[in-house]
Ligand binder design. Structure first.
Ligand code: C2E
Ligand code: MG
Ligand code: MG
Length: 547
């Protein structure tokens, strides 16, 4: 070898090393750990952040089986995924839970390649944000490893945004699986848990990113998938899995609905709502309930229906195409007027109950509550111009008071009507449950500082009423109409109501009873010590306050 040749090969070697370094850099840009696994499933090469990911040095991982580093619930998922990777083929990126040497589970992304010649697997692992990973694990169903309802709703909404921003197509398939319970019974707990794990793994494997599948009800599943994935084949696959495990003892019956996740002209926020609504409806009602008439597009129709209702509600709000009526609340002792309750009425007439629950479900109720307050304040100013002064209770949804944006807007509206704002008190309807009691307490205290009394509505109707009493600063409690209806006839209901009244008395809270329709009820309530009453006996809701 002459000098010239030696220099050339040295240069080649240098160039090669530079190139290799470049590839390694690229690999680590996408992953935290690179792992090679032989056809025996044993790790034969490992480099990268093994300590951070597994709590062990790379050397210690050599010779270990790959599956021993995967969380038990996700082993089946990985097994199914790997079985599909042909020599020379790729393992597309998906989420998986890993098992650290200290026994803790962490979420990671995995992708890879099966070498055509040697059949070795080259895997790239990357840790997913730790904060997210904890939440992801928490929100999964333990047995199927699938997202629960709310997680799946979020996933679908996020996907809709991605479709809007980046294009591409995604389908949402919802499945109602009957027979799962019977099968679980027939199999016994261990085998049935294994089957649920398999079903979950199978669904995830066919979903986008390997993680976009959910268990949205005991016998209801959902997944987001590429249009190229045939949902009927998915259903067949699930049936086959069950038949395999159950020995054909019980057959699964699967009904599915598939729709394109197409954002159309919806804003991000409305798209989120509409998708969440569709999924929730399926979770609650199942496939059969919207099979009315059209079949394939029923989900789409339902989505259109939700969207239509949102649009209509928005228009109602914008044009304030609803009005307020007012019902008197009187002192039970002498029937003198104490204050009024403002109740909304929509153009279609009847009780606003359904519409308001819908608004709560769609996260539109804060806008509604603001519009109501605005209307009531205008009404009070109008009355003031006629020399009248009324005190009015306005209903606020528990959801609303959790929103900082709402509270800021409320402060502004109240400030704009400084002369009459002191006449307003707030009734917190607990139907949609307060999630964060401490925060609600702060908000209510803020309103009280502004000169408004607070009433807790429908007390006793929910299960969490008593913690509310303890945690929230309130002036009045309105005993739910359900107790009032039976008060004169049912001794048990009377006993419960008596307990509530005593408790409130001890806490310095004034009690109100609602839906009093006859004298017997009024007498019974007064005997229990209830101070104020509302109901048809004293007056139905009216257009104009008087007196
Ligand atoms: P709520 O706040 O508990 O209101 C009391 C309901 O009982 C009203 O129904 C009222 O019309 C009805 N009622 C009053 N007296 C009697 C009676 O003697 N017998 C019977 N059977 N019913 C009586 P409405 O107006 O249909 O409202 C239903 C619910 O809708 C309200 O329950 C409240 O949760 C919600 N709501 C009504 N207006 C508003 C509003 O402006 N904002 C919010 N956030 N919610 C509202
Ligand atoms: Mg009320
Ligand atoms: Mg009520």
């Amino acid at each position: 070898m002459d000098v010239q040749e030696r220099t050339t090969s040295a240069t080649d070697a240098l160039a090669l090393r530079a190139e290799r370094d470049l590839f390694v850099s690229f690999a680590f840009a996408a992953a935290d750990l690179l792992v090679r696994v032989g056809s025996d499933g044993v790790i034969s090469y490992c480099v990268g952040a093994s300590r951070r990911m597994f709590g062990a040095d790379a050397d210690e991982l050599l010779g270990r089986r790959l599956f021993s580093l995967v969380a038990p619930n996700d082993r089946r998922l990985l097994q199914l995924a790997l079985a599909n990777v042909t020599p020379g083929g790729r393992l597309g990126f998906f989420d998986i839970r890993l098992l650290r040497t200290d026994g803790e589970e962490v979420s990671a992304g995995i992708s890879g390649l099966r070498d055509a010649r040697t059949d070795m697997l080259y895997l790239a692992l990357s840790l997913l944000n730790h904060a997210n990973s904890g939440r992801a694990i928490e929100n999964r169903d333990v047995k199927t490893g699938l997202h629960r309802l709310s997680g799946f709703q979020t996933l679908a909404s996020n996907r809709l945004r991605i479709v809007r921003e980046l294009g591409g197509e995604t389908n949402l398939t919802l499945l109602e699986v009957t027979g799962l319970d019977d099968l679980a019974q027939a199999l016994g707990p261990t085998a049935s848990d294994a089957l649920l794990g398999d079903l979950g793994a199978y669904l995830r494997q066919h979903s986008i990113g390997g993680n976009a599948a959910g268990q949205i009800g005991p016998d209801r599943l959902g997944l987001l998938h590429q249009p190229s994935v045939d949902p009927d084949e998915i259903a067949q696959g699930l049936k086959a899995l069950a038949a395999g495990v159950g020995g054909g003892a019980v057959e699964l019956d699967i009904t599915r609905r598939t729709m394109a996740l197409d954002p159309g002209n919806l804003s991000d926020a409305d798209g989120d709502r509409a998708v969440s609504f569709a999924i929730k409806l399926f979770a609650e009602k199942g496939a059969r309930d919207f099979l009315v008439g059209s079949v394939e597009d029923s989900l789409k129709l339902m989505l259109a229906d939700a969207v239509g209702r949102i649009g209509q509600f928005r228009r109602t709000l914008a044009g304030k195409a609803f009005r307020m009526v007012f019902q008197p609340i009187v002192a039970l002792r002498d029937r003198s007027l104490h204050h009024w309750e403002a109740l909304a009425r929509f153009p279609e007439g009847g009780s606003p109950f359904e519409t308001i629950r819908f608004a709560e479900g769609m996260d539109l109720v804060d806008e509604f509550d603001l519009a109501v307050i605005d209307l009531v304040l205008e009404n009070l100013e109008d009355s003031a111009n006629h020399g009248e002064r009324h005190r009015v209770a306005v209903n606020l949804s528990a959801r609303t008071i959790a929103s900082d944006v709402f509270i800021a807007a409320l402060d502004e509206i109240l400030a704009q009507h400084g002369t009459v704002r002191g006449q307003i008190l707030f009734e917190v309807t607990e139907s949609s449950q307060i999630a964060d009691l401490e925060k609600a307490a702060r908000v209510l205290e803020h309103l009280r500082t502004g000169g408004h009394e607070i009433c807790l509505d429908d007390f006793g109707a929910g299960t969490s009423s008593f913690p509310y009493l303890q945690a929230l600063p309130i002036d009045y409690v309105k005993i739910d109409g359900g107790y009032v209806r039976k008060i004169a006839s049912d001794t048990r209901q009377r006993a419960i109501a008596r307990g509530m009244v005593r408790l409130c008395d001890d806490m310095g809270i004034t009690t109100i009873a609602e839906m009093i329709e006859n004298e017997d009820q009024a007498t019974a309530l007064e005997e229990l010590g209830v101070k104020l009453g509302q109901g048809w006996l004293f007056g139905r809701p009216v257009e104009r306050m008087r007196g």
